[in-house]
Design a protein around this ligand. Sequence first.
Ligand SMILES: Cc1ncc(COP(=O)(O)O)c(C=O)c1O
Length: 485
Amino acid sequence: MSLTSDNFSIGDLSSDEFKKNGKYLIDWIAGYFESLEDKPVIPQIKPGNIKSKLPETPPFKSESLEKIFKDVDEIIMPGMTHWNHPGFMAYFNSTSTGPAIFGELLSAAFNINGMLWQSCPASVELEKVVIDWVRQMLNLHENFWGTSYDTASVSSFHAIASARQLAYEKYGEDKLDKFVVYSSEHAHSSIDKAAIAAGFRKQNIKKVEVDDDFRMSPNFLKQLVEEDKNKGLIPVCVTATVGTTSTTSIDPVEEISKICEENGLWLHVDAAHGGVLAMLPEKSYILEGCEKADSFVVNPHKWMFVPIDISLLFVKKPEILKRAFTLIPEYLKTEHDDEAENPMDYGIQLGRRFRALKLWFAIRFFGTEGYRKIYREHIRIALLFREWIIQDENFELAAPTPMSTVCFRAVPGKSQDMDELNSLNKELISKINSSGKIFLTHTKLNEKFVVRLVVSGIRTYESHVRMAYDIIKKSLQEIMKEKES
Ligand SMILES: Cc1ncc(COP(=O)(O)O)c(C=O)c1O
């Protein structure tokens, strides 16, 4: 197919050229998905390699789409980490899917700004409906009202800013220096960043100890809150996590909620990755107590097969969020302001893309039933891998597996020397990743360097997890052989 845009003069690509190039690109994407397994999951390149192949100055003259597409193949592809790859079992996965890509494509084509109801009623109203669908799919309390942002970091910022707003109203803005927020040592770093951005003093961002299963200790929380009150500080907010980043541990939200209730604290729940598992009736217990929360975040872009970015924030009292963020200049007033919700009133951003489209496409395509089938399979194969680790004398499990993330480390010869094992496991992970077949990342648990294997990609099947186990075993054997010789 010839790909030229030589007819560029003034204005957009012609309709014919758009169709021709669009067909090429859709074919290209289909081919990309088909050939993913032949590509290395992470690029074997050094920092600066991609930049060195790109011109330092912008083009003065128009370039053809053919040339741009060619550069995608030749310059961009070699620097790609393939999050869609079945061997991507690192971090928390985010995989894209056909239906959601169509939604994303339409969103770029419509290019609306859904800041106000008037600026795009379809966007504002579809978003409301789709977010409420997610609430129902997770069986979240019907009093939760939802909105969307780009990431969980930003959702949590708005939750914590709402907690601060309520505290301003109760105690006065001049008491900000005394406000304290709490989360467990295993809460995501975005919670601390949110608190910093909301103006809390760093020393008032406190860490609650965890139990042996990496779950927040309610007793410790209670004690900390008591101590802080006695010191004249003002406890304001607790963040509990359902599915912590390191191990997917689940904080005891029910017990934490009682402490929050007794002390008038805002309860925020970060369920960015794991919350979606509540779609499974047998896993609905993971959200026990969340009906008492003031705010709750879940990311469709993590485990609902929707391309990054979309994060949902649910709050019980949107009016608090609104009081924290409403500021309406004359030029944004409309005649519908009394009868319609304007998304710009519920956050820091004004401009807002048609983000709900991709989620709408995905939910309609998969249905709750589809998600359930996939989640059950992810859990099944993660537990299979866990069993292989338990049975293998050269490895040990490093944490419980409440979802589909397995934390383990190599312990050949049952050595217990911490430094030795930490450097061995570090070496192991880089050997595994250099295979190009799978990509794993690590965490530290009680000073132990631990490998994480996450099963949440839509293209990851049992065969890939078997392959991962083989690569892990073989990599360890090679390292041990090198050490012996
Ligand atoms: C539990 C948890 N919360 C929040 C985040 C941050 O997510 P985002 O990248 O959407 O800000 C992560 C990222 O993995 C996470 O695991």
